[in-house]
Ligand binder design. Sequence first.
Ligand code: AGP
Length: 606
Amino acid sequence: MCGIVGYIGDKEALPILIDGLKKLEYRGYDSAGIAIIGKDLTVVKTQGRISDLEKKLSTEEIQGTIGIGHTRWATHGIPNDINAHPHFSESKNIVVVHNGIIENYIEIKKMLIKEGKVFRSETDTEVIPYLIEEFYEGDLLKAVNKATDLLEGSYAIAVMSKNERDRFIVVRKDSPLVLGVGDHENFVASDIPALLQYTKDIIILENGDIADIHKDSYTIYDRDLKPIRRNIQRIDWKIEDAQKGGFKHFMLKEIFEEPNVIKEAMRGRIKGDSIEIPELKLTKEELSSINQVYFVACGTAYHAGLVGRYLVEKYLKIPSTAEVASEFRYRDPVIDKHTLLFVVSQSGETADTLAALRLGKAKGAKTIGIVNVVGSSVSREVDNVIYIHAGPEIAVASTKAYVAQVEVIALIVLYMAKILGCLETEEEKHLAKEFNALYDRANNIIQRCGEIADFVSTTKNIEETFYIGRNLDFALSLEGALKLKEISYIHAEGYPAGELKHGPLALITPNSLVIAINTYKPLREKTLSNIKEVKARGGKVLAIAEEGNSNIEEVADRVFYVPKTRDDLAPIVNIIPLQLIAYYMAETRGLDIDKPRNLAKSVTVE
Ligand code: AGP
């Protein structure tokens, strides 16, 4: 997820671009840049934050009343000056900023290199200005339209040409883009906060829209270059609220982003009926030599790794375990070149996880990083990094990153099974269909968040909570308990449902709240009897169950039904009600949900 801005009018573009980018820094902040057409077409860009860009600009006098800008969240190509946007065409007459992922950039790049083109960066984006230039015959709108017709993936782009100083062109497909309509000036941005200081008249572009933007006019076209109308909306949000997309907290915004995150995490990895991980370097021979698999991580990432160990044992038939990195690093694990170490980390900078990675490597393990932040320490030190493309996660409590971590781990394990010849084509086809259905299933749950809020309103005096489940539902129960603890400060314990009678049942009283995750189909009846054990002691039970499993209503106090999902993929969406329980519990307590006490987003010290 990146932030793009554009301006054309009578004012100096530079301050407007910088101000807009600062309002979008929550969308990405590993590198930034601007392009302005004045006497010439000038580009200034840098690794680092907007403030680093401002330092670089302070030595330059850049004047001009048309410009575009970008703040980056890297997906392809580590954060550095060359990979920062804007990107030039080969002649440097055309310049582009882009938010999204071009899935077929490798094929396009190979085609253009064959024609003798020389690229400067490692990014997917750079193929866009090169391609536009291929089609440019004096009309930027037509060239952009032809070039973007060849692109696959998600993109919101702004394009300028030094030969056409009176306009810029924007296109929207899957990545957000809005126009700001001013008085003898017009704006474009990835999100509304960048524009509100200048205009409240906003047009939300839709998929396929291509817009030709001048100082005193704009025209929006469909992909056949037929003019279309889009309504102007008057947006009266405060800027701070706009950065949260109108949500009260970043955490809730990030939960609501999860359907799109699910889509982005599988982009280029589910192709028709096929599961692919193009970035995976392990060969069949190397995979066949693996005789144990570890997942090492901390906190939420560890809970994602727990799901992974179940899937590895089921699909790869290799012994697997998930370990908390702070324990793993101080044990003496029996590891050698036949060990595969998955290192899971949203930030890629967690000290204990890095130490565990280094220990595993020192002992000869093969290492794969499951990481969100491109160019982070974990991503640079593992043998192979697979990014989760969840975009920046601002709230300290991890939500969308967990969803993407579990999804990408599942994709990798299934792809490994395919390489090893233990995934039937029919089963792969069914799995691909199931992955594609996750977007709607996640949306179904999120749209019913009111049911969760309503349930939470009945639990005012709860001071202790148990989360119970079996198998994959147990892995979910640990993550659900962590979410509640870290943002509502209510003590919560995740427990294997079968373990209750071996001690914790002594704690169950009429004041206890038990969240029973009962979606793992093979053990549904077993967990139901554990719920009855709790009810017999007067505990209050909210059950998370699959739609159709109605007999649970006779036992639990409340039931939240989730859409039917294949067990192996169910944690990707069944975590959502647990995240919402934690959110609404904390919200009713008026707590600082995005920045909980005592916690940091990335624990870079021991
Ligand atoms: C999750 O809600 C917590 N903020 C924390 O447990 C986090 O998951 C853990 O610190 C690991 O962080 P990482 O994924 O960046 O390595």
